[in-house]
Design a protein around this ligand. Structure first.
Ligand code: ZN
Length: 410
């Protein structure tokens, strides 16, 4: 029988084992992470499952079913430094509870696999979604080969000490051979569900991101001797564009953020001659993301023209949106309604391993459970225990629905 209270007990055990006064310390490929994995393996050892680590360091537990087609449930036991007690490990330990329930009932109709993705957070080397991107095939080993942590340890060496050869990481792609559906539960890490007073929501997909650095050039000049109408103030470009992108985001239904601004000469007595800003734009729909980006470019040109300054855009990084599977979204919505009474459909701002599995073409959906104060990646990250229990039940319910759906597909 499913025991959601056991998930809470296990989350607390893991917190005691791998956290300190500053929060969770399960940074991937460290000793604490290895200790967390060892603890997790000891839980799996009580079940009739085959356990192995794949070529990219992901840990798989497989419960053989009547069919080779596989239902995957995923999470990540790694955390950011000083992280919370739920991000990643709630997914995994809720999945463990679901796996136990299936194992107790004998042979399931399809094969069920629980996966602990390696280095979801990318906290040590700055590359998120390592294990899941190897499985999806989007990892490019040469792009990460020279990444080093703060102590100068190279990623390939850290991998090697954990039994992973970077040059064979992509062999892990074979793990998805029989995957027919992928489910992931996660804390929301944002304020939406709490503001609606709802325990859970189903996730429509992960946002696409366009990230740019925008450079305005004017003329540095004396703050006393330069009349207002004679200035070529580079900061005016940033100030006006920043206000414009807030309206743009609202109009297109996305989010836009200016996170960093630098000015030169950067002294109190000079008009700004050079100014640079970062712009992070996110949207669930690729066409709207592009429209939002081009509108910002147009605004930038117009403002530069009016201020008699120049503007140049440089791309920092981009990723496409990953919309989840419509039928699985409907099933997730139903599962949540059955457990919580009410559901909500929302996009995910943060990226998750689910995005990589979706990219690989496996029908995917995620469930979100409310985060208190919308805070995550911090030791104050929290969710009401009654909501955690609901989330375990909803994931379990969704697993049944997904299996029924897979069986119909076959
Ligand atoms: Zn996470």
């Amino acid at each position: 029988m499913l025991q959601p209270s056991r998930t809470i007990d296990e989350l607390k055990q893991l917190r005691t084992l791998t956290g300190n006064a500053d929060g969770a310390q399960r940074v991937a490929f460290t000793d604490t992470w290895a200790a967390a994995r060892k603890w997790f393996r000891s839980k799996l050892a009580e079940l009739p499952v085959e356990v192995h680590q794949d070529a990219a360091g992901n840990l798989w537990a497989t419960l053989k079913g009547a069919s080779d087609r596989e239902l995957l449930i995923g999470g990540h036991i790694d955390s950011v430094p000083n992280g919370g007690w739920l991000d990643g490990c709630l997914n995994l330990l809720a999945g463990l509870e679901v796996l136990r329930r299936f194992a107790e009932q004998g042979t399931p109709p399809v094969t069920i696999r629980l996966v602990d993705w390696a280095d979801e957070e990318g906290a040590r080397f700055g590359r998120s979604l390592f294990g899941s991107s190897a499985v999806s095939g989007s990892l490019v080993p040469d792009e990460v080969r020279n990444l080093a942590d703060r102590d100068g340890i190279k990623l390939p060496d850290a991998l090697k000490s954990n039994g992973i050869d970077l040059d064979h990481a992509l062999d892990a792609r074979s793990e998805l051979k029989n995957a027919a559906a992928y489910l992931e539960l996660h804390i929301e890490q944002g304020p939406v569900l709490e503001s609606l007073n709802l325990p859970m929501g189903v996730v429509l997909g992960t946002f696409g991101v366009e990230r740019h650095s925008i450079h305005f050039t004017g003329q540095a000049a004396h703050s006393g001797s330069t009349p207002m109408d004679k200035r070529r103030d580079a900061l005016a470009g940033i100030s006006r564009l920043h206000l414009a992108i807030r309206d743009l985001a609202k109009r297109h239904g996305g989010v836009c953020t200016v996170g960093r601004v630098t000015t030169l000469p950067g002294i109190v007595t000079a008009v700004v001659g050079d100014a640079e800003m970062t712009l992070d734009q996110r949207h669930l729909h690729a066409d709207k993301l592009q429209a939002m980006y081009w509108d910002a470019v147009d605004y930038g040109e117009k403002i530069a023209d009016e201020e008699n300054i120049e503007v140049i855009w440089r791309k920092i990084w981009a990723i496409q949106p990953f919309p989840f599977h419509p039928e699985l979204i409907d099933l997730g919505d139903k599962a949540i309604k059955e457990i919580c009474g009410q559901s909500h459909r929302l996009p995910s701002g943060p990226l998750h391993d689910a995005a990589e599995i979706c990219r690989a073409g496996v029908p995917t959906v995620m469930l979100f459970v409310q985060s208190l104060r919308g805070i995550s990646h911090n030791k104050i990250e929290d969710t009401k225990e009654e909501h955690i229990e609901m989330s375990v039940r909803a994931l379990d319910r969704l697993a049944d629905k997904a299996i029924a759906w897979m069986t119909k597909q076959a």
